[in-house]
Design a protein around this ligand. Structure first.
Ligand SMILES: [Zn+2]
Ligand SMILES: [Zn+2]
Length: 343
């Protein structure tokens, strides 16, 4: 069997790879598709080299697949079951785990970043990581469940309700999916984006999009809300200007939700939050319920999920996929890796 492995130094290559035999509570999954995530790009750029004690190693955590073999004690799963994998390998006994917040486990092994990932023919994982995919969700769309769970977690953390007015800053993959999730949950949504390709795509998905160079976002939000301001702002761009804008848009007792990862120190105008006694909310990964909510939405919602998939590449072309996803043109939403096809 084969895996695409990170070799260090901006390089991925196809290697022979034998998945480990399943332990008593483990399952082997024939990986169908694995999405390339922003965090995988950090691996590609060398930012996460400290997480690799050995090289080469397969990465990838946004996958769908089919159960190929089960361990001796596994009763809930059988060969042929279609699944998405929730890549949280948590300790089960720390303060976070005790409260069900496995995403913040003190000893979290985020599979695919801290240990071997899904960009391989067959992946051995704990049975508790599996979520069943209904027949109505294709295996290609199944690879979108993980990033969609990120968005359900952000919406949950935002304490939003139907009818709320939400601003999403940044229309990259997670920004778009956050907007789709918010709209599905009944929120009124406006996106802010500078990149013309992304603006166009978000409009094709039926969203109102403001290019802040053409229209002042604060004026637009105030006008749209009768002078009140936004109930929730989702900062997904990860930029300083995004943070500066977010605190301008809210009304008293509203919420600014930071969905992006901020690897470097950033500034935030706390005075603006203080004067409004607003909540500043962080959001990290997801929990099991967010996975279930994402699957439920994807099974029911009349959304063109294909519009989110820009390209599907074989396992031997992960390098090309990384380069595509990293290009600043904004043309790429999701690139999937077909983990059963080599070239
Ligand atoms: Zn991801
Ligand atoms: Zn824990």
């Amino acid at each position: 069997m084969k895996a695409s492995m990170y070799e260090g130094n901006h390089s991925f290559g196809l290697h022979d790879y034998e998945p480990k035999a399943p332990g008593a509570h483990e399952v082997q999954v024939d990986v169908a598709y694995c999405g390339i995530c922003g965090s995988d790009l950090h691996v590609f750029h060398g930012d996460y080299d400290y997480r690799f004690s050995t090289l080469p190693r397969p990465i990838g955590h946004e996958c769908s697949g089919v159960v190929a073999a089960v361990g001796a004690e596994v009763t809930a799963w059988k060969t042929g079951d279609r699944v998405a994998v929730c890549p949280l390998d948590y300790c089960g006994s720390c303060v976070a785990c005790d409260s069900g917040n496995h995403n913040c486990c003190a000893g979290l092994n985020f599979m695919g970043l801290d240990s071997a990932g899904a960009m391989c023919n067959r992946w051995t994982v704990h049975e508790r990581t599996l979520h069943r995919l209904p027949e109505s969700i294709s295996l290609t769309h199944g690879a979108l469940v993980e990033p969609m769970a990120v968005c359900f977690h952000a919406l949950d953390r935002s304490r939003s309700k139907a009818g709320d007015y939400a601003v999403v800053i940044g229309a990259g993959p997670i920004g778009l999916m956050t907007a789709l999730t918010a709209r599905y949950l009944g929120l009124r949504v406006v996106l802010s984006e500078l990149n013309a390709v992304r603006v166009q795509r978000a409009r094709e998905l039926g969203f109102t999009v403001v290019d802040p160079r053409e229209t002042k976002l604060k004026d637009f939000v105030l006008k749209s809300t009768g002078g009140v301001g936004a109930d929730a702002v989702f900062e997904v761009s990860g930029t300083q200007s995004g943070l500066d804008t977010a605190v301008e848009l809210i009304h008293p007792h509203s919420r600014v939700v930071l969905v992006a990862a901020y690897p470097h120190p950033m500034q935030i105008q706390l005075q603006k939050l203080f004067m409004r006694e607003a909540d500043l909310t962080m959001t990290r990964n997801y929990n099991e319920k967010d996975f279930d909510d994402a699957i439920d939405m994807m099974a029911k919602a009349p959304i063109d999920f294909d519009a989110l998939i820009t390209k599907i590449l074989p396992l031997g072309k992960v390098q090309e996929g990384m380069e595509l996803c990293g290009s600043p043109s904004g043309e790429v939403v999701k690139v999937l890796v077909d983990c059963q096809t080599r070239e």
